[in-house]
Design a protein around this ligand. Structure first.
Ligand SMILES: [Mg+2]
Length: 368
């Protein structure tokens, strides 16, 4: 089964109003979708967060693996790990990830197995947390609390909110407002997106303990591995990170340095599902649970496949692309968990008609 053609397409959906975390304001959601066509007519899909640059790299990488056996994922990844041409990490890691995910999807279609089953299927339900609580123009404490309650009304029993943009006192008021709205039994997570310096992160950890925070995500720039490891040792609340590590080398160093209590590895940027499984194994060896970052349709398969997969991040209503790109959505179970679909590969089919409205650009690799 040979790879005949690879199409990389960039989709973009603007937000109704820009949303912000501590470090960036986002006006739109961007995805690069990779579709790998085989000579037998199968199409595998993978994706990553990115724009035209990630699309162009994916096309360039695609040209290198056209004609290869579509089931030889490891061989394809090895060809695409060409540091001299693509550098290490960054956008090339994202594009390579999208290709790897598409190859796994193809292998699932060939075997008739879901990705979850291909990886070993540890359980069929994983708790989900609804990710939200962004900053936005005009968003006050009551609308933040309302948003958290809206997440719970979907069936979730956990909610994550942003901190780190407002001053620490104000952010603690925001956390207090959400805790008081959702009550004591809901898991409340906070995410600073690396926005604090070491000293402020320590002060925030002290302030957050009172609100029974389930984890404090990316308190400081996670490249400061020593600083984050020191904070983790002193914080008294669990520290989560991993979404910004785009190579297994960096991730392994952070894991072995005990820089986090929970690993948020993201298959969209750590060499796909193949790389994610390696990251998860490294975490297991250090007794660190994994709670993948982003994209529930992909990560529900992965978190449910390993014994130490504790949480799936779940987006609802944040942006049009996320809401409309799939024919079938991943719904929450009534106990606040999500379950991987027992369908071949990723098991989520794109709604091509609706997705087409968001198409910005496309490139193809293949025999001319
Ligand atoms: Mg985060």
């Amino acid at each position: 089964m040979k790879i005949a053609k690879i199409a990389a397409t960039w989709y973009q959906a603007p937000f109704a109003r820009p949303i912000a975390n501590s470090t960036f304001t986002y006006g739109a959601s961007n995805k690069v979708v990779v579709r790998i066509h085989t000579d037998g007519g199968l199409v595998g899909t993978g994706w990553t967060n990115g724009t035209g640059l990630a699309m162009a790299i994916a096309r360039d990488m695609g040209q290198r693996i056209v004609g290869r056996d579509a089931l030889d994922r490891t061989a394809a990844l090895a060809v695409l790990a060409d540091d001299k041409v693509y550098g290490r990490g960054g956008l090339s890691a994202k594009s390579r990830s999208a290709i790897d995910i598409a190859l796994w999807d193809l292998a699932g279609q060939v075997s008739g197995l879901s990705i979850h089953r291909m990886l070993g299927a540890h359980r069929d339900r994983v708790p989900a947390y609804v990710a939200g609580g962004y900053y936005a123009e005009g968003k006050d404490l009551s609308s933040l609390a309302e948003e958290a309650l809206g997440a719970l009304s979907l069936g979730a029993r956990a909610f994550k909110m942003k901190i780190g943009l407002a001053d620490p006192k104000r952010d603690l008021e925001r956390v207090a407002a959400v805790r008081s709205a959702v009550g004591p039994d809901v898991a409340l997570l906070v995410d600073a997106n690396g926005g604090y310096d070491r000293a402020t992160a320590r002060l925030m950890a002290d302030g957050l303990r009172e609100f029974d925070v389930a984890w404090f995500e990316e308190p400081i720039d996670s490249r400061d591995v020593e600083g984050q490891a020191a904070l983790r040792a002193a914080a008294g609340i669990p520290i989560a990170s991993g979404e910004s590590e785009h190579s297994l080398h960096e991730m392994g160093y952070a894991i072995r340095s005990r820089a986090m209590d929970v690993l948020n590895a993201d298959a969209q940027c750590v060499d796909g599902i193949t790389g994610w499984a390696v990251a998860a194994q490294m975490a297991a060896e250090e007794g660190i649970p994994v709670a993948p970052h982003g994209d529930q349709e992909l990560h529900v398969h992965l978190a449910a496949a390993v014994p130490h997969g504790t949480f799936v991040e779940y987006y609802h209503g944040v942006n049009a692309l996320r809401e409309e790109m799939f024919v079938e959505r991943l719904e929450l179970n009534d106990d606040g968990t999500v379950s991987p679909p027992d369908r071949p590969g990723l098991g989520f089919v794109f709604d091509e008609e609706r997705l087409a409205r968001f198409r910005r650009d496309g490139l193809e690799a293949g025999a001319a």
